[in-house]
Design a protein. Sequence first.
Length: 276
Amino acid sequence: MKKSTIVKLYNELDNKEIIIKKLPRMINIKGSAEDIFYDLCIKNNDILDSDVLDYFISISIFSSSLDDNFEKEKLLNSIYNIFDNDYLVSNIDFNVILENIQYIIGTAFSKVFDLYDEEEEKYYISEIIIELSKGLSKNKDYDINKIYDHELRAIFEKFFDLLEDLNNTNVPKNEDYNKNLMDRIKMFLDIIFSKEIYELDDYKYNVVLDMASIVEDINELSKLKKKIVFYNRLTDEDFEVNLDNSVDTLTDTSIKLLKEGKSKTLKFSENNSNNK
């Protein structure tokens, strides 16, 4: 990074100390990453702290590494859309979003997608962040009293459970493998950020997160969304039991209901038990 740009940034930012503190990391900001980093810092001067600066460095370096200029523009626009969303920025857990974007950037998706090279891996990393941004942006349509009902950390925990489970996605014969994986990601995000589902109470929403993150079949995910909406007026207990009964995939919710003696599908005959 040019020293002249660092001095210019120092003079324009409110929190000047972090510039000095982060100089060693700024050495790696080169080429077009410098302009991206400068732009991010200036536009978001009011929320800039040491952690946010770290996230900006990662985002800038990754974005600049994309060879496809169209993809690079799409990614940056999706990042800017997050910062332009007052509901997101005002969330006390806003840094959780940036933390997890940084984590996505650092994840080795070469073991997940069927890839030819590093550039294709970066393309899918970019697309995952873009889809995440689309999902998060739906909060503009939520009831203002329910926007902050659910913890972002809980949402991202299940999102990464999904990403770690992508290899188990049910891909029909002769269909594009990578497309099916991306479709599963899109379907999950569509479910958890849909207005009628996000506005569920926290208990029901956590049940949804658990099931949607582990169902491996895209068609079953699509049916799950319809069932969630259909059962949403039930009590928490009836919602949980009926939703679990509607999918064939074993989830944490399934095991919980079994232990509580409430499962409709997991039933084992005591006569066949090996317990002594």
